[in-house]
Design a protein around this ligand. Structure first.
Ligand SMILES: [Zn+2]
Length: 339
């Protein structure tokens, strides 16, 4: 209500006399007692939302303004008497507000369901479309995040969801099927070859991932010594052996550490250290186990060199048996004694 005629200076709510000395009482036509009582009043925003009323409906009701500070920002809030708002709403909606709100909620849910159903039809259609291309190429459907994105969004993939190789048009779609089916074939053959050597595919292997995603071409971008899948499998076997049967990890760490302590011009480069560590690991392995046949063929030269050096220093005899010299034993006992 724009202007409330208050001839008797009484509180609009409780009809008690207003305190003329209180600015709040006079400005709002509501006594301090009532103003302090919660749940009598409702803000305009809530009145509109909860009782489905608009500015025109509310214009005829008693209201007053208070200042409020929210998040450091001062604003004016218009308050209504909630009882009056409720009565008005009952009058306008003939007491059926709750029913109307429930119905609206039901309609909202139905619309959501319909939208979801429509989306599902599209999803199925896109999935069938991809399967069809696979079929046409005589291949089986292969799951891939690229396809998941197409199935969900079609050619309109949101920027935030995009990944490498997204499908943006029909041509991309054909190419992606081709690329991903080859990818699946490569993965399958690599897994089979690894299995022959008792190995499994490691998801953290840079080489394997390069091969699966782009074939030998991509592997050679990393290291052009690799000529075929067998070279990759050899490498995997070598690393598996070094990590499982030798102290390779610690030896490498120690060698890097020692290298840093050297004068700059005496330092080895990374590849030299790794080569050296392989040799050290194999040397130790033979010293502990004898030159047994388990050592992979890619480490043959390290094995030969280690045996040669061990024979020279008489740590190994002509029958390739490890010799435990007395001197080593004495050294060992000395070490224990000093600890
Ligand atoms: Zn009052």
């Amino acid at each position: 209500m724009d202007q409330y005629e208050n001839e008797n200076n009484e509180c609009y709510v409780c009809k008690n006399q207003l305190n003329k000395k209180l600015v709040g009482d006079m400005n709002t036509n509501v006594c301090l007692n009532c103003r302090k009582t919660k749940n009598i009043f409702i803000s305009k925003t809530r009145a509109k939302k909860e009782y489905k009323l608009d500015d025109n409906n509310l214009d005829n009701l008693f209201s007053f303004e208070v200042k409020s500070v929210t998040y450091g920002r001062s604003q004016t809030i218009t308050l209504f008497i909630e009882k009056e708002v409720e009565e008005l709403s009952d009058k306008i909606y003939d007491g059926r507000l709750e029913e109307i709100l429930e119905q609206k909620q039901r309609q909202k849910e139905q619309r959501k369901l319909a939208r979801e159903e429509k989306k599902n039809v599209l999803r199925n259609r896109r999935r069938e479309q991809i399967e069809q291309i696979f079929n046409n190429n005589g291949k089986q459907y292969v799951d891939d995040p690229i396809f998941d994105l197409y199935i969900e969004y079609g050619f309109k993939i949101p920027k935030t969801k995009r990944i490498n190789g997204c499908i943006d048009d029909e041509e991309d779609l054909e190419n992606a099927v081709d690329r991903i089916s080859n990818k699946a074939t490569r993965k399958k053959s690599l897994i089979a070859k690894l299995k022959e050597r008792g190995l499994t595919l490691r998801s953290d292997s840079v080489l394997c991932n390069a091969y699966i995603s782009g074939g030998m071409y991509k592997v050679q971008e990393i290291n052009d010594d690799f000529e075929s899948v067998d070279d990759i499998v050899d490498k995997m076997e070598e690393m598996h052996f070094l990590h499982k049967h030798t102290n390779y990890k610690n030896i490498t760490d120690t060698n890097f550490e020692n290298n840093r302590k050297k004068d700059y011009f005496l330092r080895m480069d990374k590849d030299e250290i790794l080569e050296r560590s392989k040799y050290d690991a194999i040397y130790q392995y033979i010293k502990n186990n004898g030159p047994i046949d388990k050592i992979p063929k890619t480490l043959q030269s390290e094995k030969d060199r280690a045996i040669y050096n061990m024979k020279k220093s008489e740590k190994i005899n002509d029958n390739n048996k490890v010799v435990k010299s007395k001197k080593t034993k004495i050294e060992k006992s000395n070490n224990i004694a000093t600890k």
